[in-house]
Design a protein around this ligand. Structure first.
Ligand code: NAD
Length: 556
């Protein structure tokens, strides 16, 4: 239902083979934009917010309608430019060029802080695009599920002999991304408590099968979780309350988690983290009437939260930052440098994967038919019979993941593997094995596409954490390679001032041209990650480049 130019309720992406655009690339962008705002996918669709605090798909409703209209008239040799969620120009390019180029939330470095961003946002001049919100390739909580599953699995391999069975995982934040944690933990065998201040978020995770049960009382949650831990049974509990209040209470009761992390939206001091003692309504009122006082209360709570995490770490909890800049906030605003005594999840668990060009490859079925995803699942399983954990993941996902919006899948694939699957998927479309084209994309949190010193590029071997040339090169390379749409964002994951990152999406429409574009994009995109890590001196990346023939002039 749409009102003339205003809010659209209950957006659903069109499905099937009838298209309203002049080509599948434009149609795919249109459907994926709409899919991002589907109420089954987005966290707050009425406000155009998809996930991650205030991560939006379009600047405002007027821009949304204009993007839709423009995509529908866009020719196959034209490119639409989107500036922070607003469609600003259409230019003649050529058929193999991207149909859409997106830049979100960029500010000149001296001005790149939240205060300036919010001032400009209020004036209607910019938009926070997070990572996949403003680049139209968010696929719901599954998008982060495998990454979270792999992170917990790697943690288990490193610290608990390969399984989290009999271990207690504690975290906070069950939002769009954080909501993957309970299922990822139980898939690894753990007992799990996720503290969440917004009851509707817990209900949503329970309804969609991501979380087993809700508790409103700490003691009840602890009894149940400790009993499950004792029995070695997987159980996930969404515990209603504020982490800055409940985590210290856990410590007082002498309960030390085996694994401890956090996925509140700590990157955003206004929208992302509710201070202790506040209801959601009180928080909303105070952030509007007294934003500075509110921010100070947020930071007070974060200090308590991080102090408690540090104490639990001292008592033996395997503690890590899960990419929300919680450590950076208390270090930068409260001088609490010791927050960095616990590591970020990338140096702790993910970097070796990045060195092999591995990252979160994802795809969606534009037909809307779940069978198409099962067909692609089968193709992945057949392509990599030796990859045991990939097989385990696909089977678990088939059993336990409910699709949100367009049916989709994610799995981490390496350099070489992604191009192989791109060719396979295009063949499936060409041969009519699936009902309609597939879109293939990825998170911006990937091997070659991000500069984020408190997250993906924390503690790089050569000290190049804050060098942001790499994501720019990645975006330009994907544009030159002929992706269907390419995006370059500022501030995703960790907030304004802290990251620059790029995204790409490529459509498999079964044509020969798609074969060529997919081969180039899905080789070069992860190749740029191998390049970035080889350049930083990681042996594994240098070895990958040598074995797979990635041409790096300065790397011997
Ligand atoms: P979200 O805004 O959808 O959810 C955050 C949740 O935290 C909300 O449900 C909110 O109610 C809850 N919360 C806020 N303050 C709380 C408090 N004091 N106590 C308990 N609960 C509280 O965000 P999201 O999409 O789930 O992302 C969470 C964070 O993780 C963001 O900072 C995001 O940038 C980051 N992130 C990490 C990764 C990764 O790969 N690790 C990927 C994407 C996003």
């Amino acid at each position: 239902m749409s009102t003339a130019k205003g809010v659209v309720k209950n957006i659903k992406a069109p499905t099937g083979t009838q298209i309203s655009c002049r080509g599948w690339h434009q149609e795919a962008a249109l459907r994926m934009l709409m899919n991002n705002l589907d109420p089954d996918v987005a966290e707050k669709p009425d406000e155009l917010i998809v996930y991650g605090g205030g991560g939006k798909a379009a600047r405002n409703w007027e821009s949304y309608h204009k993007i839709v209209e423009t995509l529908q008239r866009l020719e196959n040799d034209e490119t639409l430019l989107v500036q922070s969620g607003k469609p600003v120009g259409v230019f003649r390019t050529h058929e193999e060029a991207p149909r859409v180029l997106i830049a979100n939330a960029h500010l000149v470095p001296k001005w790149a802080n939240w205060e300036e961003f919010r001032r400009l946002d209020k004036m209607g001049l910019t938009m926070y695009g997070q990572m996949t919100a403003g680049s139209w390739i968010y696929i719901g909580t599954q998008g982060i599920l495998q990454g979270t599953y792999e992170t917990f699995a790697e943690c288990a391999r490193q610290k608990f002999e390969g399984t989290l069975k009999g271990q207690l995982v504690v975290t906070a934040g069950l939002g769009g991304m954080g909501g993957a944690q309970p299922l990822a933990a139980t898939m690894n065998g753990a007992a799990f408590i996720g503290i969440e201040v917004d009851e509707s978020r817990i209900d949503r995770r329970v309804e969609t099968g991501y979380c087993d049960i809700k508790c409103t009382n700490l003691d009840e949650a602890l009894d149940k979780a400790l009993d499950a831990k004792e029995k070695g049974k997987p159980l996930s509990i969404g515990l209603l309350g504020n982490v800055a209040e409940l985590l210290p209470k856990m410590l007082d009761r002498g309960v030390i988690p085996d694994v401890l992390t956090d996925q509140t939206s700590a990157h955003d001091l206004q929208l992302g983290y509710i201070p202790a003692g506040y209801t959601l309504d009180e928080a909303k009122q105070k952030r509007e009437s007294e934003p500075e006082g509110y921010q100070s209360d947020v930071l007070d709570s974060m200090v308590i939260h991080v102090e408690t995490m540090l104490k639990m770490q001292e008592e033996g909890a395997v503690t890590f930052d899960y990419g929300n800049n919680l450590r950076g906030q208390v270090a930068d605003h409260r001088g609490m440098e010791e927050a960095f005594n616990f590591p970020g999840f990338v140096p702790a668990f993910i970097r070796p994967l990045f060195c092999r060009g591995s990252g979160p490859f994802r795809w969606a079925a534009l037909s809307g038919n779940p069978e198409d995803i099962y067909t692609t699942d089968q193709a992945v399983l057949e392509a990599f019979p030796e990859k045991e954990s990939l097989h385990r993941w696909i089977h678990k996902a088939q059993e336990q993941v409910q699709f949100q919006g367009l049916p989709s899948r994610i799995c981490w694939l390496e350099y070489g593997e992604r191009a192989e699957m791109g060719a396979k998927f295009n063949w499936l479309v060409k041969e009519g094995k699936v009902d309609a084209p597939l879109v293939i994309g990825r998170d911006h949190m990937d091997t070659g596409s991000v500069a984020s010193p408190n997250r993906e590029t924390e503690g790089m071997k050569d000290g190049s954490d804050a060098i942001a040339d790499w994501p720019l090169l990645n975006a330009m390379l994907n544009t030159a390679s002929g992706a269907s749409w390419v995006s370059l964002h500022h501030g995703g994951g960790v907030g304004i001032g802290y990251s620059i990152h790029a995204g790409m999406v490529c459509v498999a429409d079964g044509t020969e041209m798609a074969d060529e574009r997919l081969e180039r994009v899905l080789t070069n995109d992860p190749g740029s990650g191998v390049m970035r890590h080889a350049d930083a001196g990681y042996d594994e990346a240098i070895k990958t480049a040598q074995e797979r023939g990635v041409d790096l002039p300065m790397v011997e």
